[in-house]
Write a protein that binds this ligand. Structure first.
Ligand code: 5RP
Length: 219
């Protein structure tokens, strides 16, 4: 069952957490298992502090008794653990179904190490089938939509609700991404597109649990 695998992957990644670390907490249902397991360890004496990539994760962590620092005052994170919508053997990932990819990318960039936790349904041969979320300045909605279509998106949908940053999300369907680096660079260059869910260099390892078996993937 996917939930059991999410929990197993999350618990396996806790092996990477050490006393004294500042831990980046991702966002989503797999990270919810991580936060619960980390909370147990903290209550048992593990000394860590955290930064969160979303208001929801910050609240969940505080509810577990984990000290959560405001990332605005932080420039370096020891280890970030986050979920993904797709991850492939190159450790390329698509993130952002939960809408937090902009903060997640900032925290990942600040992190000495980033690991992904996922159930087996997220493991793919090559990323691209999942919708690619793009956080957009509301002012630039139509302009960025047109640019994404020009870059090959077959469909671009405005997601209901905004982000924690007060922006919109456009979900772009590319179907297949032949050159992820070129696409990432092209979206990065669109004014008004503030961040996207292509994570190509950030992920150092992934813990993927499939039918109860955890595999640790590295580059
Ligand atoms: C949020 C994310 C999530 O980590 C990703 O969508 C996976 O979520 P879940 O663990 O609920 O499947 O990128 O922005």
């Amino acid at each position: 069952m996917a939930d059991d695998d999410k929990r197993l992957a999350a618990e396996a990644a806790l092996d990477e957490v050490r006393d004294g670390m500042l831990v980046g907490l991702g966002t989503g249902s797999t990270v919810a298992f991580l936060i619960a397991a980390l909370g147990e360890r903290v209550r048992a004496g593990l000394r860590i502090e955290a930064v969160a990539t979303s208001i929801a994760s910050a609240r969940a962590a505080e509810g577990q008794g984990i000290i959560v620092r405001d990332f605005a005052g932080v420039s370096l994170v020891d280890l970030t653990i986050d979920g993904a919508d797709e991850v492939d053997a190159r450790l390329y990932a698509i993130k952002g179904a939960g809408g937090a990819m902009l903060r997640e990318k900032v925290v990942a960039a600040a992190s000495d190490r980033m690991v992904v936790i996922a159930d087996g349904t997220k493991r793919v041969d090559a990323i691209g089938a999942a919708k690619l979320p793009v956080e957009v300045l509301p002012f630039a909605r139509s302009f960025v939509t047109a640019r994404l279509e020009a870059l090959g998106a077959a469909a671009v949908a405005v997601r209901e609700g905004g982000t924690d940053n007060g922006n919109l999300i456009l979900d772009a369907r590319f179907g297949r991404i032949d050159d992820p680096r070129a696409l990432a660079a092209a979206i990065d260059a669109v004014p008004g597109a503030l961040g996207h869910g292509l994570f190509l260099d950030e992920v150092d390892a992934a813990y993927v649990a499939d039918a109860g078996v955890v595999t640790r993937m590295t580059r």
